[in-house]
Write a protein that binds this ligand. Structure first.
Ligand code: SF4
Length: 279
């Protein structure tokens, strides 16, 4: 059994908070470059140029890509041959506290959803744990801004609606969101499972690189159909019109109850910050 100290986890999470906020991942940057090359709207092309310039400045000067540095969301895979010598959730929260404080990242979390009061250090983090074989821990940070998160939707559909019903639901969700989630967006979709798992899978799907196609040909085709319809909406970069409303569509499907057909859409903005580390 491999032992890992909580201090190492805290240090790595702190670093992840900086890296995610300052350094846009290559898959997103490359997708933005490809979109700029093919965008036909003059305003849209210019917005994409400015977004790419902003990312470069953020990286070079170690400043956040966006003022909303998000709710600190983590997906954690823990190997079954690993023993953490302490409380892993506490270790992650300490890393978030240090990362958001030392990195001058905006603290956006309220102590109480109704009564308010800032927690002061952007904790608590939202942690999704999964147990996997092996002696490593993989931690992926997905800081999530409020503007795009607010445009997300879940629907408990009817099984008879089929793939076309889900595609319509996703496209309607993006259409209603319009410019609010700071397009070009990435569309995460969860299909099947239960109410809560479907929503979690919509978010988890955003972890898949934009360079990596869906391994399942059926869902790959669904993603392509949604991608085409969303980009035909004409919302465009920052809502100023154009053929680039989304950079990618990622689906995770899960077995479902015969009577249920849940689908969830988690919208991510162009500041699609995702960084991972393996300990
Ligand atoms: S939606 Fe994204 S780009 Fe827009 S303000 Fe929020 S974090 Fe920033």
């Amino acid at each position: 059994m491999r032992k890992i100290s909580p201090e190492i986890i805290t240090e790595k999470v702190k670093r992840l908070c900086f890296d995610a906020a300052y350094d846009l991942s290559p898959d997103v940057e490359n997708a933005l470059k490809r979109a700029m090359d093919r965008e036909i709207s003059v305003a849209g092309k210019e917005i994409l140029r400015q977004i790419l310039e902003n990312c470069q400045i953020a990286r070079n000067e170690s400043v956040p890509i966006c003022q909303d540095t998000g709710f600190a969301v983590f997906f954690i895979e823990i190997g079954d041959e690993v023993f953490v010598e302490g409380n892993i959730t506490d270790a992650i929260n300490k890393g978030v506290s240090q990362g958001y404080t030392d990195g001058y990242l905006r603290k956006s979390v309220l102590k109480d959803p109704v009564q308010g009061g800032n927690t002061g250090d952007n904790t608590p983090a939202i942690c999704h744990f999964e147990f996997v074989p092996g002696d490593k821990i993989k931690i992926t940070a997905l800081p999530k801004g409020g503007g795009s998160e607010n445009m997300s939707r879940i629907k408990m559909g009817k099984p008879a609606e089929g793939a076309e019903g889900i595609i319509d639901f996703v496209v309607e969700t993006v259409s209603e969101a319009g410019p609010n989630p700071c397009p070009p967006i990435v569309v995460g979709v969860g299909i099947g499972g239960t109410f809560e798992l479907c929503a979690k899978n919509a978010k988890k799907s955003l972890l898949r690189s934009l360079d990596e196609p869906n391994p399942d040909p059926f869902y790959r085709e669904m993603e392509e159909k949604i991608f085409e319809r969303v980009n035909n909406l004409g919302i465009g970069p920052q809502g100023l019109g154009g053929i680039t409303t989304c950079l990618g569509v990622n689906i995770i499907a899960h077995p479902r109850h015969i009577a249920s057909f849940p689908a969830a859409v988690n919208i991510e903005c162009h500041a699609h910050r995702h960084k991972e580390i393996i300990i």
